[in-house]
Design a protein around this ligand. Structure first.
Ligand code: NDP
Length: 333
């Protein structure tokens, strides 16, 4: 049995990850830590978690094998390093930290300690994105040339907190959504980004100098160019992911989401074909892969190194928006 401790009494754990843990055989949530003892107790009760604690020492002192970190972003580094020191495997939310240098420290510490460190880039687990990656690898669109990512959404009212008000907590749409787009592009294209050029905006929701909209242009090693649009303020845009190649195009709709929904169309000289793909819950698959990695079978869906790549990419996008110049992406791995 893998016994999980939750670090963070968060929305994402309550909405998705607790269920994903319960969906695994031989898996349970043993404890939850919140910085507030009252919130820990209320959260534990609401979610049927046996133990509520308010310090990391108490959490690590309880009988757990792994932790899921879903606190605000400025806390991930310290909490992950402490978990690794305590010998607990770690599934950490994105962005891994506030800087890529800190994320590299987490990866190095996990490696030195022989601990599994996964980054919860849920979109890699979507059947839609895996179907696109497989279609490209199988040559179904010929040589991939360009990609377009549509991931500008409306931030739900219940999440209009630290993301739009607290720069020190790692708020802003780039650390929230561009990290996912950078990772999903790397995954689907099976290629690494070399440089990015970005514009950001504050379109009326974010405060404190934070951005709530971004458009990025990416260049990949193979020569593919991509564009991505991330936002918190567009209510009616819809999401999508397209890859255009010499012999065909993949056009996916409603796939930049937490749910196993959407469609993937392959368009070639032969006509149009809807690709079928599995509809497993994204977070359940993430947990399944992480459990396998703990058993020594393979890697998490997104590794710590993947988390360094996505954060380095987002960091470069922010630098580009600030400087008005394109910025090289070097994860220094
Ligand atoms: P929340 O705002 O729900 O939770 C973050 C922290 O805020 C909690 O750890 C908690 O602190 C505190 N908090 C939560 N509710 C309250 C409250 N009512 N009053 C006071 N404090 C509260 O964040 P999210 O769940 O949206 O995000 C958490 C992390 O997960 C982030 O790193 C984010 O980037 C990531 N994320 C990833 C997603 C994915 O699909 N991969 C999707 C959504 C988020 P404490 O623990 O001390 O009680």
């Amino acid at each position: 049995t893998v016994k999980w401790g939750l670090i963070g009494a968060s929305t994402i754990a309550r909405q998705f990850v607790i269920n994903a843990v319960h969906a695994q055989p031989n898996s349970e949530i043993a404890s939850v830590m919140s910085s507030s003892p009252e919130r820990a107790a209320a959260y534990a009760k609401e979610n049927g978690i046996p133990l509520a604690v308010s310090t990391l020492d108490a959490l690590f002192g309880s009988d757990i094998d792994a932790v899921y970190i879903s606190t605000t972003n400025e806390l991930h580094l310290e909490q992950a390093l402490a978990a690794i020191r305590a010998g607990k495997h770690v599934l950490c939310e994105k962005p891994l930290a506030l800087t890529s240098a800190d994320a590299r420290k987490m990866v190095a510490a996990a490696k030195a300690a022989g601990i599994v460190l996964g980054t919860n880039h849920h979109l890699r687990n979507a059947g839609s994105h895996r179907a696109m990656r497989e279609a490209i690898a199988a040559g179904r669109i010929g040589k991939p040339i360009a990609a377009r990512v549509f991931h500008s959404v409306y931030l739900p009212e219940n999440l209009q907190g630290w993301r739009i008000t607290r720069p020190e907590a790692g708020g802003g749409v780039v650390l929230d959504i561009t990290v996912h787009d950078a990772d999903t592009l790397r995954f689907v294209l099976d290629d690494d980004p070399l440089e990015v050029s970005a514009f950001t905006q504050a379109a009326g929701m974010a405060a404190g100098g934070l951005e709530d909209g971004a458009m990025c242009i990416w260049r990949f090693k193979s020569g593919i160019i991509a564009q991505s649009h991330e936002g918190f303020t567009t209510k009616f845009a819809g999401t999508g992911f397209e890859v255009h190649g010499s012999e065909g195009s993949l056009i996916a709709k409603d796939v930049m989401t937490q749910k196993p929904i959407g469609s993937v169309l392959l368009r070639t000289a032969k006509g149009e074909e809807e690709l079928s793909f599995d509809r497993e819950d994204l977070y359940a698959r993430s947990l399944r892969q992480l459990h396998a990695a703990i058993r020594g079978e393979g890697q998490p869906s997104a590794t710590g190194e993947d988390g360094v790549w996505s954060l380095t990419s987002a960091e470069a996008a922010l630098q580009s928006a600030k400087s008005g110049k394109s910025v090289a992406i070097d994860p220094k791995l």
